[in-house]
Design a protein around this ligand. Structure first.
Ligand code: F6P
Length: 319
């Protein structure tokens, strides 16, 4: 192996830059050359590829986003698109590829691997929705952003004695809502993985109010329902002043936390080691804090379960 490529794909996540830095530096440490592929698989198809050296990843470990840019590529979903990508890999002499992204990116990585390009995936998404790893890069920063924002909303919720519905990201996974919800002491947490009944949610809010509670926070993952619709139901069933805040893409930005910088640095370096050792079609993860490699096919076929003990804990602590 002489030259490896690295790209970021799908939604960006804080810590992706730290992962790119680790990949580039560890590869150069091993005497390999590194090609940076811009705008994910789309950039690969278009040959948007740059040479990277030690300096090109200087001053990025603390920055959110991804210096390589990211994209979602419809063209790569077609056979012709993948053929063009494969030709670019060959023309640039890339012997192995590291893909930093979510499950869609891993599917792309597997397809390229099947075409003969050794590929390793690094989980980078704020959603934490990848199986076979405890954490994805960006999740820790995102939950800390959410906690900070919800704490601020709580100040005004208390002052005005209002009920707040706060919608957080998580199209298919409730991890952000769950972890942030427990951490801010939310009265209710609504996630896509668990059915909920608005009548029961409101009964609980009313019990709290009868006990003298002055305000309530309901955290809803976007995949579990629209914040504005849930706010409307609460308003109708209670007659209370209810406000809705959708946190949106602010959750994807910001300087990565210490945890995400560490995770990204470890995963990036490990991915290079795996490629160098001749591995392919693997994804990097951590279990019990230890790095591990899992077959991408196995990872994609593994059902992903959120930590429901947190869901029940939140319920018990917010009676
Ligand atoms: O990064 C994952 C995620 O944040 C999802 O939770 C969300 O639904 C999606 O990305 C939105 O991304 P975009 O607006 O870039 O399509």
């Amino acid at each position: 192996m002489h030259k490896i490529g690295v790209l970021t794909s799908g939604g960006d996540a804080p810590g992706m830059n730290a992962a790119i830095r680790a990949v580039v530096r560890k590869a150069i440490f091993h005497g390999l050359q590194v090609a940076g592929i811009k705008r994910g698989f789309q950039g690969l198809i278009q040959g948007d590829i740059i040479d990277m050296d030690l300096g090109s990843v200087g001053d990025i470990i603390h920055r959110g986003g991804t210096m390589l840019f990211t994209a979602r590529s419809d063209e790569f979903r077609t056979e012709q698109g993948r053929e063009k990508a494969f030709q670019q890999v060959q023309e640039h002499g890339i012997d192995g590829l590291i893909v930093i992204g979510g499950d869609g990116s891993f599917r792309g990585a597997k397809l390229l691997s099947d075409m003969g390009v050794p590929t390793i995936g690094i989980p980078g998404t704020i959603d934490n929705d990848i199986p076979c790893t405890e954490f994805t890069i960006g999740f820790d920063t995102a939950i800390n952003t959410v906690i900070d924002l919800v704490d601020k909303i709580r100040d005004t919720a208390t002052s005005h004695e209002r009920t707040y519905v706060i919608e957080v990201m998580g199209r298919n996974a409730g991890d952000i809502a769950l972890v942030a919800g427990v951490s801010v002491g939310a009265e209710s947490i609504l996630i896509p993985e668990e059915k909920y009944d608005m009548i029961k949610v409101v009964e609980k809010l009313k019990r709290g109010a009868a006990r003298g509670k002055k305000h309530s926070i309901i955290l809803v993952a976007e995949g579990a329902g629209k914040g504005f619709a849930i706010g409307e139901v609460i308003r109708e069933l209670t007659g209370w002043e209810t406000r809705v805040t959708v946190l949106g893409h602010i959750q994807r930005g910001g300087s990565p936390s210490a945890f995400d910088r560490m995770l990204a640095s470890k995963m990036g370096a490990y991915a290079v080691d795996l490629l160098k050792a001749g591995e392919r079609a693997k994804m990097v993860g951590t279990m019990g804090g230890q790095l591990q490699a899992t077959d991408i096919t196995e990872a994609l076929a593994t059902p992903r379960k959120p930590d429901l003990t947190l869901y029940h804990l939140a319920d018990a602590l917010s009676i």
